[in-house]
Design a protein. Sequence first.
Length: 518
Amino acid sequence: MAKVAGIDLGTTFPAIAILNEVGKAEIVPNRDGDRITPSAVSFDLDRERPMVGTEAKNRRSDEEHRLKTFVHFKRSMNEPDQVYTPHGRSSENYLRSFKGEEITPVFLSALVLKKLVDDASHHCGERIDDVVISVPAYFAQIQREGTMRAAKMAGLNVIDLVNEPTAAAIYYTTQREVSGKIMIFDLGGGTFDVTILSVAGSEVEILTSRGDSKLGGTDFDTRIADVVKTRYETERNGPLIDGDTNIELLEQDCENLKKRLSKVPQQKLPMSGASGRYACPFTDADLEQTIAAELSRIELLMEATLDEIGLKPSDISQTLLVGGSTRTPAIRTLVERVMGKPPETAPNVDEIVALGAAIRAGIHVNKVSPNKLTAAAQKAMNSFDVVDIANVSYGTLCLNDDGTRRVNDILIPKNTPLPCEVSKTYYTVSDGQESINCNVTQGESLYEDLVDLIHQEPLSLPPGRPRGQPIEVTYSYDASQIMHCRFRDSGTGTVHEVDLSPGAEGDDTDDLSDLLID
């Protein structure tokens, strides 16, 4: 049987899982034997292929290679085609292209995806055919489109994108008794999602989701680095950092310190700088104080998500933790305080999304090509029923009732259960009007300058007609989050159709087969 896989394209540690013969998801280790792979890419101009994963991450603190090493690029997927520069670093000195390819978030993500699938195929002994890739629930169209283009560049057949909390919910429901209103609390290395869903037996219905693309464990590392740097300089009466290389090294040391604190609440960080050596003491209480601003942002987002659908913490039966940064004791303390009960977790919080994505891949394949699965896997996939939601609102720009200004008229509101279809009739506004602007917006606001215009194209109309001619607009959004829009002139039957599924504009991406070993 062909292999189907789920990929968690995480900001810091992606992972890949396959669906086995009995319909159970399994993490596939990389060629180093690790179950998760650092999202890091490093280039050498005199080498044919870039390094991806652990070897690349280890070069961040090497002065010779620092400006050719990239991490955290998923955070910049809202500008997928811009040359990527690591946040907070000088842009003019970083490598900008390799083998004729600009170093963009899409290109870097493609290299990570290809590494994951190549290593998994090597481990399984056969090529992986179909993949589902997870994305944060709040990812807008441009970010989903960038993810799909990265996958195509890596030569992958993407059968679906799945929201990360949806994948997590699918996994958790296979592992334990889950019922009622559930909160998925997903805090990874670079992003934060909080999602509310309803579970009744095998039925999972997503109710709402919110997130922050600039909030995660890497922000904790930066905060810790600021504090220990200040302590060193106070204690030694002199500077610690001399150039960006030492900043990179310090942040890696602080990441390791944070991980040790999740097991032992008192640690010391050995530091060596221009003013000598210093073993900086740091406790779990210090960490909680250091990341107080981030903790406040997390709490506000949790409360806003509950408020959006009129729920209180007491309405939530279980809070399920996802993501490596939820191992931080201060996070678990916060969740328990806000929700009024301890959260539930699993040993493999870094792997949950990939495992759920693999099951989602199996669900999809079972519907469209069940012969690709064993009979046992088909039976397991038949037990799932997942209802996802529109992650943002979709609308169109039109004149307001008194004709004085353009406004955003929402056809599919955020949190609408999928699949759905909505039709609305608009009317031409002037005599002899010869075209309409077929536009699609994404966002919650009434004001056109506060939403994203994700498509616009004119539809020609016959001349000489009076104003008030009906234009029928239909938006349909399926369970795989593929959006189709139709603008129809009722008088002539002329139709303009728009397919807004990620990757719909065709496969015009480059092949990376020569950049990584299969």
